[in-house]
Design a protein around this ligand. Sequence first.
Ligand code: MN
Length: 229
Amino acid sequence: MTLNEYQKKRHFGVTPEPSGKASDHEDKDSNLIYVIQKHRATNLHYDFRLEWHGTLLSWAIPKGPSLDPSVKRLAMQVEDHPIDYANFEGVIPEGEYGGGTVMVWDKGTWEPEVEEVDAALQKGDLKFTLHGKKLKGSWVLVRTRGYGRSSDRSWLLIKHRDQFASTRDVNEDARSVISKRLLADIASEGGGDVAKAATGDPSSKSTTPKRSARPKRAAATAKRRKRAT
Ligand code: MN
């Protein structure tokens, strides 16, 4: 695993993203980081990351994860990211690689359900358990036949049947797990494009959770949205 591709794509004088080093800390048995970053870039997607060999293996999931075992979500493998990236929430300047707003949508740890993770990755069939705030229980990433040149990078993320499986749309749970902010809040506080970020948040009609608990922020967000449209 190498961070060359990650570093080549970014200008660290411009983007606030971590420049990163491959970490020499490796813990095969416990406390492997799992994180999903919701990213309103050119297109909205969810970046799914698993710590392995001192970096974060990364997949971009256009539709986000589904708790429904009958639903398979396309996950395009992208370049490995540095471990530090797991805490990155903020604004990547427009014109830079991945320009837009990034939210830590879910975070926790993961455990492989197989003995040989490298062999499972090679084979294209990795079973694992997530201990996140939003995603829990057993999942699988399976490599699939994609289209054209990206064929070896196409995987599917699928929930296994267990007590955490559900037909509830987990993507409606749209706030950051580290700051409780919506994308529009993060963009606003980070000097980003609030109107663009807000298109990745649920529409104001469906934003019922936490409104009563955070009246100020909800009102401010609504105001900003109004201005933006
Ligand atoms: Mn991304």
